[in-house]
Every structure is written in C-alpha cells, then in structure tokens.
Ligand binder design. Sequence first.
Ligand code: AOF
Ligand code: ZN
Length: 337
Amino acid sequence: MDNAFFIRRCLEIAEGGRHLVGNGVLVGAVLVRDGEILEEGIHSSYGGVHAERELLQKYEQKISSKDILYTSLEPCCHQGKTPPCTDVIIERGIKNVVFGMVDPDPRMAGKGNAILREAGLQVIGPVLRAECEYFCRGFISVRTKNRPFITLKRALARDGSFANPNGSPKKITSEAQDIWAHSHLRFPADGIVCGIGTILFDDPELNTRFAQNKELQNQVLGPYRIILDPHLNLPEDAKVVSDPSRDRTIIITRPLDELSSDHQRKFLLFQDRGVRMMPCDLHGEAFDLAQLFALLITPRDGYHGLTNLLIEGGAKTWKFFRDAGVVDEEVTLLGKV
Ligand code: AOF
Ligand code: ZN
C-alpha cells in the first residue's frame, strides 16, 4: 500500500465531519504500522478536537518508531480553540508523518511541518495534493480570499431555455441527473443559494433527498438553505421556513429598520421559528457582496459559518454572482427535453 492509498483513506473518513465543522476544515488522520491501519481520527465539530489529536486520544498504546501518521492536512502548530497538533505528535513519539496538503491558514502555512522536522521527525508530502486541495476548496477560499468557494449550477433545455416563457422554472433534468446533482453538488455544499423568485414560483425544499449517500446523510444536518430576499417577500408558509429543517434556513434581507412594520413582523416571526435572519445592506437591488460573504463565513451567536456555496438560481441570482466575478466553478446539466 502506498502513501496515496492512506491519504485517500484520510479524505474518505474526513467526510464524517461534513456540515459539522462550520468555517473550519474537514480533516482525516490514520496511524499505520506495517501497512495496517491501527487507528483513525477526524475533525468532526466546529472548535472541536482536531483529527490527529482525536486519533492519538483513541490510540493509547505505545507508538513504535516505524509507525506512520497520515493526515490530509499539515498538522497545526497554533494554539486556537484546541492545542497544537504538533505538540501531541511529538509528545507521543511519532517519528514519521505524511501529509496531503500544506495548511493555507497563515498561522500554519508550512510552519507545522517545519516544527516537526526540527524535532527530528521525517515529514513527507504533499501527497495527493490536488485531491486534498479540491476537497478543502471552501476552507482554502475562506482563508486566502475571505469568501466562500462558489459553484454555480444550472440546467439547460435542448432549445437553450432554462425557464418557461413566464419565467417559472421548467423541469429539465432527468431523475438520474437529479440524483447526481444532489449527491455531487448539493450534498457537499455548506449552503445552497436561491433567489426569492425561485421560491415564489417553485416553493422548493432545497434539500438533498435524492443524494445516494443516505448513511452519511442521516448523520448530518445537511446544507443550509440560503434565500436572497431583499424585500422579505417570502411567504409565511413557504417550505424553507415551515418544514422541520427550518433552522437550516438563512434569509438574507434588508436591515430591519428598512422594512415596513408588516415585514418587520414577518422577520420576527421567522426568527421565532428558528430561521436564521441575516440583515445585509443593499446597493439598489443588489446586496453588498463583501458584507454578504462576511455574514456567511463568520461564526457568531451559535452560528459556525460556512466555506462553500452552491448557487442554484434563478437567472437574476446567477447574474449577480457572475457579474461580481466570484464564480469559481460552473456546472450545466443538459436536459433531454
Ligand atoms: C489540524 N487538524 O483536524 C484541523 C486543523 O480554531 P481551531 O483551534 O480549530 O484551529 C483552526 C485552524 O487549525 C484551522 O484554521 C486550520 O488551519 C487548522 N485545522 N488542523 O492539524 C485538524 N481541523
Ligand atoms: Zn491541529
């Protein structure tokens, strides 16, 4: 078994923290002796114990000098919400570390590896760098650009249309495409973004019900549903604010004092239901993008932030993010209709 095999295993188990680490990073670590995995650890909660430390807490036996610690991310060397992983790795007598990618967090950025090397450990990596970096694309974006990684998804009919002539959404994708989109686009997203127009036409659930990874899906909360609604036109009985997952809905709207008294009442009603209301300044009809990103990525008041977004629609919402030049990735599903 080669190094790539075990780094791939780190990425596989790191998935267990999906939707649980807020604006933190998904990390997996495995301890290997003679090609056999002795123990595994993951980062599975916002501000919670890191993958390497979790692994070493679970593995209480003596470490031998030939054991290898694999981790998808360079071990941290910073006292943050938890103590540095480099400390526990050195203390426990690990002599060999293989890492997947350097930590883009400026407090680390190679320093974690350097500390381990200075302490006499053999440190190998990056191994499977491209895969690890794509896996952590949201975290890298937040740490280096102060904004989430953005994927835009759209469906296009054969005739090039994406909506009915009256602007209402048109069913374009097949069931197989829906399963693919829910598994590969929606499920990995921290937040699914939709404009108010789509909600008014379609009343979507914006969940991952077609995703194939049911086992994982049952363990986690699912992506936030993020609605851009400048005038708070969202109906009180819309699914996203009334179904059992309404505490996973974020509504971006204008500041409370700019809403009419009727709409202020609705704002407070949604808030009472557990919906997360995020007032944001507008320039004309467009939200202030820097403020919007700061609201979404910054942890506060029991909200842990996020690192990547899937923009679903409709056309106005696509245009807003495209014109701002912040779309990192665009996926078009071509319909058979
Ligand atoms: C690791 N292993 O499992 C994670 C790391 O706020 P804290 O204490 O959680 O620290 C956050 C920083 O630590 C984060 O920005 C990232 O650089 C690193 N996260 N490092 O060695 C882990 N989650
Ligand atoms: Zn750490």
